[in-house]
Design a protein around this ligand. Structure first.
Ligand SMILES: Nc1nc2c(ncn2[C@@H]2O[C@H](COP(=O)(O)OP(=O)(O)O)[C@@H](O)[C@H]2O)c(=O)[nH]1
Ligand SMILES: [Mg+2]
Length: 216
């Protein structure tokens, strides 16, 4: 991305959080989304890590602030405080791991109890490249998540399948709500929300390394 910072003043800033059981592939998904490559080894997340990505979606410049959490029970209380101002929750389970699927109800409840009332949820069945070890049926999961009023998608952070689409689907849902006036637009527009912050000095680009902290 060669555009200057000025050109990249985003129309919207959305904060997303990635939650779900440990080892379901949350950090790997985010890493793929940010760098567009998979890594065989990702560092275990401790507490919460923060990444940014600037992207253009349907002609709109959007800045995503993405909070990657540790799934371990002992970190759950930390994760809760990070729901503040979160508009989208990405809840990841592993299609080869029944426990991670069974935990979805708790994660969805957490997101809805701790997030904003207009928070959108997408449930992600990750690791679909491990076909032989799959224990969760796609149609079944899709039906169940529809009943829970959550979006649903299946991905592989190993091959990259549907990773971008996962984020796009959530962005699309939020933008549609903004267009229909169901979400307060000004709250996510940096110019309207805080005029002093019009000139963002953030040099984040789409290839930002997962280990780097965003300057925004
Ligand atoms: N085969 C396969 N392995 C994956 C996938 N996503 C993550 N992994 C592996 O699963 C392990 C846990 O991934 P990680 O991203 O640390 O999970 P997290 O604890 O949810 O952040 C790592 O060994 C990853 O390489 C995937 O889509 N397919
Ligand atoms: Mg992690």
């Amino acid at each position: 991305m060669n555009q200057s910072d000025q050109e990249w003043n985003p129309e919207y800033i959305f904060k997303f959080i990635i939650i779900g059981n440990s080892s379901t592939g949350k950090t790997s998904m985010l890493q793929y989304f940010i760098t567009q490559t998979s890594k065989t080894k990702v560092q275990q997340t401790v507490g919460v890590e923060f990444s940014c990505k600037l992207l253009e979606y349907k002609g709109k410049k959007i800045k995503l602030q993405i909070w990657d959490t540790a799934g371990q029970e002992r970190f759950r209380s930390i994760a809760r405080t990070y729901f503040k101002n979160t508009i989208g929750a990405i809840i990841v389970y592993d299609v080869t791991n029944q426990d991670s699927y069974d935990a979805l109800d708790d994660w969805i409840r957490d997101a809805r109890e701790n997030g904003k009332s207009d928070l959108d949820v997408i449930v992600v069945g990750n690791k679909i490249d491990m076909k032989d070890q799959r224990v969760i049926d796609k149609d079944h999961a899709e039906r169940e998540m529809k009943n829970k009023d959550a979006l649903y998608i299946e991905t592989s952070a190993m091959t990259g399948e549907n990773i971008d689409k996962c984020f796009q689907t959530l962005i699309d849902q939020i933008c549609q709500k903004i267009e229909k006036g169901l979400i307060e637009k000004d709250e996510y527009n940096p110019q309207l929300k805080n005029p002093l912050k019009q000139n963002l000095t953030n040099k984040t680009n789409e290839a930002q390394n997962q280990s780097q902290r965003c300057n925004c």
